[in-house]
Design a protein around this ligand. Structure first.
Ligand code: TUI
Length: 314
């Protein structure tokens, strides 16, 4: 059994978080993950507050275990959602794509455990000082909005500057990745892409199929020019966006090109205009299975590997 400090802190069985994937991680998926012993996280993404409140209530109706909400800080609704998570008494808030400093006091006063995603050492130091409960160190192998550094170099550097538990994210899809992350100093992992194939993950069938058929080189990063690099599958949308980005399309037209593209992928499976966010580990996602089984399989594989780790020491 793999146990770490984060399990006791949050009252969860396995040190596994499900990433807060915009448009995808809803109350149903979060409840299945939490019920399976991990931490299920509802993604607020760019959705309005009422959507988030509804998803929290859906999750509450399905599980009595702790749940989290991920707040995407670039969202126009971030301020409103910051209040809703306190009103609804969610146990954990994770944040992404920005600096959550201005909300930290309010959330801590509401008794919420704040676990920001950090992509740099400076942000890890700041969040530690402002009273975060733990950190998620997310490397650029992840899907969606990505930082500069890889998980391999980010995790140990973050562990060196904080006394908080660190969860590793980005590129982790099986027990080998989980065991490696723990060797780098992490107390557990967050996985997003692996949960795209969960039975409880509501996603257009074409999106799931693209993930299950993905190969090693099939993701790419676009959006660097506008300062929001995003990793997605190498589809016609991503190629066209990349051409426009480096071909000098004006900023406002470029933004318009991306607007609604994620929704088109998630809800309509639109192979041409959809933006299929996915991490580099998409190729390691092999089958559809219940979320609880994913958590158990990954942690049991990690446990077997960690138990054999002394074979290397002579
Ligand atoms: O946030 C994510 N992944 C996401 S957000 C998202 S929605 C979106 N859509 C279009 C453009 C941008 C976002 C899809 N996927 N992961 C967590 C993450 N956070 N990765 C990197 C960061 C991060 C970046 C900068 C965290 C803090 C940060 O601080 C910058 C600052 O303000 O100093």
């Amino acid at each position: 059994m793999i146990k770490s400090e984060i399990c006791e802190m949050l009252g969860i069985q396995y040190p596994v978080f499900q990433g807060g994937m915009a448009w995808i991680a809803d109350g149903k998926l979060a409840a299945a993950v939490s019920d399976g012993g991990g931490l299920g996280i509802i993604a607020a993404g760019n959705a309005p507050g009422e959507y988030v409140r509804e998803q929290i209530q859906i999750a509450r109706a399905r599980t009595s275990k702790p749940i989290g909400v991920n707040i995407m800080l670039m969202s126009p609704y971030a301020d409103e959602i910051a209040k809703i998570v306190a009103e609804e008494g969610v146990e954990v808030v994770t944040t992404g794509a920005g600096n959550p400093s201005k909300y930290m006091k309010e959330w801590k006063e509401a008794g919420i455990r704040v676990i920001p995603v950090v992509a740099s050492v400076a942000m890890a130091k700041l969040m530690t000082r402002l009273g975060a409960s733990a950190l998620i160190a997310e490397g650029g192998e992840s899907g969606g909005h990505v930082g500069e550094l890889t998980t391999m170099v980010l995790v140990p550097q973050i562990c060196d500057v904080t006394t908080l538990p660190v969860m590793a994210a980005g590129g982790i899809a099986d027990g080998r990745g989980m065991a490696a992350a723990m060797m780098l100093g992490a107390q557990g992992v967050q996985m997003g892409t692996r949960f795209l194939s969960a039975e409880e993950c509501t996603l257009h069938a074409a999106y799931k199929e693209k993930i299950l058929k993905a190969t090693d080189l099939c993701t790419m990063v676009t959006g660097k020019r506008l300062g929001h690099p995003v990793r997605s599958l190498r589809t016609p949308f991503a190629r066209n966006y990349s051409k426009a980005e480096y071909g000098g399309m004006p900023d406002d037209e470029l933004e318009a090109l991306a607007t609604g593209a994620l929704r088109l992928a998630v809800q309509e499976g639109d192979a041409e205009k959809g933006c299929f966010l996915a991490g580099q580990c998409a190729a390691m996602v092999k089958k559809e299975q219940p979320a609880a089984e994913i958590i158990k399989e990954v942690t049991e594989e990690a446990e077997a590997i960690l138990l054999r780790a002394d074979q290397w020491v002579k």
